[in-house]
Design a binder for this molecule. Structure first.
Ligand SMILES: Cc1ncc(COP(=O)(O)O)c(C=O)c1O
Length: 383
């Protein structure tokens, strides 16, 4: 049976204001990183209570930029959770360093801090805790137990607007990296943001983002000496965001708190309505923080569920309800399996999350009626 109704797993909310914001850069002709990106960065930094914010082309490039700025290279190890989007680990390889996987706790989907600490060696240069689906990882437990020289880079791809013990994501480690991919709560199409409280790291990252140039395009272009090209003393990249994206990002950022509030209400309604399904574990709101609700990812208990997870997903798909696995276990992906000789059972927590996590629709274009329809269909599986 195919349903008339279609509920997407995620949908961005963009409209007239985003259209209007594009007018300025399109008319001025300044399309690459410029005043709109600068305004977006400033507002983003203020919202996340962090001193420096640098817009990038994606969260992946922000993560690469963070590791490159920290000087991570061949011979170094970086600890990453085994259940995360593949790019958290890929960026370590981009630097010629070795990703060392640590397991995750299926109760939160986040890094198992004790397992991560067991994997620290004299070569460990950094840990990338991921605030998966918008829930902050336990950064204090990590920071307290890690040797001082080991840096923390927050993978905050899903965590714009999240908070940990009252402190916003973005300034909890040495660097943080955000994503504005359309599956995140605010979007610039593709796009990312690198944040830090360290002025020296920010200065170096800014140069590396722009090919390693000693002065920015904007300063050079508007400067009084037309004959001057910048010097390039570092091997950098072009990870600059366009001003078109910056303009859209600024509008989206203005809506972030309303988006999160609406998602939190929907998450509470899901939790309430589904609490009777003892085979479906719903994510909790943290006691002392703010979940950013990038996604509502459940865990299907294989022992109690009326059907296997994949059958549940197919059943819901047939009724017009999109679902997805939360994300993947990177150690089970072909490239990592083959290159590092990894087996699914090496990280049982990540393996189980890969097999049993199930994101159900949660986004700012859903109506109360849509939520009720998803709930009815989940409750209906029981019978
Ligand atoms: C945890 C995590 N890290 C990194 C990324 C990469 O973000 P981007 O697509 O902006 O490169 C994602 C995107 O889904 C993610 O979920």
């Amino acid at each position: 049976m195919s349903a008339d109704r279609k509920i997407a797993i995620a949908l961005p909310v963009t409209g007239e204001e985003e259209w209007a914001a594009l007018k300025d850069p399109l008319e001025s002709g300044w399309l690459t990183q410029g005043p709109k990106v600068a305004a977006f960065e400033k507002t983003f930094a203020a919202r996340h209570d962090v001193a420096h914010a640098l817009a990038t082309t994606s969260c992946t490039t922000a993560l690469h930029l963070a590791l490159a700025t920290l000087g991570i290279g061949p011979g170094d190890e970086v600890i990453v959770p085994a259940f995360t989007w593949v790019s958290t680990a890929n960026v370590v390889l981009y630097c010629g360093a070795t990703p060392v996987f640590a397991d995750v706790d299926p109760a939160t989907f986040n890094l198992d801090v004790e397992d991560a600490l067991r994997r620290v060696t004299s070569r460990t240069k950094a840990v990338i805790p991921v605030h998966l689906f918008g829930l902050c990882a336990d950064i204090d437990a990590l920071r307290t137990a890690l040797p001082d020289h080991v840096r923390i880079v927050e993978d905050a791809a899903c965590a714009a607007g999240a908070a940990y013990k009252g402190r916003p994501a973005g300034g909890l480690g040495d660097f943080a990296c955000f994503s504005f991919h359309p599956r995140k709560s605010i979007t610039t199409g593709e796009g990312g943001m690198l944040t830090t409280n360290d002025p020296a790291l920010a200065e170096k990252a800014e140069k590396l983002r722009n090919h390693g140039a000693s002065v920015s395009e904007e300063v050079r272009h508007n400067g009084p000496r037309p004959y001057l090209l910048p010097d390039f003393n570092l091997l950098g990249f072009n990870y600059r965001m366009t001003d078109l994206q910056g303009a859209v990002g600024l509008v989206q950022l203005g809506k972030l708190d309303d988006f999160i509030a609406a998602r939190a209400r929907a998450a509470a309604a899901y939790r309430d309505a589904l609490s009777g399904l003892n085979w479906l574990r719903c994510p909790d709101e943290p006691m002392d923080g703010q979940h950013a609700w990038q996604a509502f990812v459940t865990y299907v208990d294989p022992d109690g569920a009326p059907l296997a997870r994949n059958d549940i997903m197919e059943r819901l798909e047939a009724r017009g309800i999109a679902t997805r696995p939360g994300t993947h276990a990177v150690h089970m992906l072909g490239y990592y399996r083959e290159r590092f000789g990894l087996n699914p059972d090496d990280y049982p927590g990540a393996r189980d999350c890969d097999r049993h996590s199930m994101a159900i629709p949660l986004h700012n274009r859903m109506t109360n009626d849509d939520y009720a329809y998803v709930i009815d269909n989940l409750l209906g599986l029981q019978t």
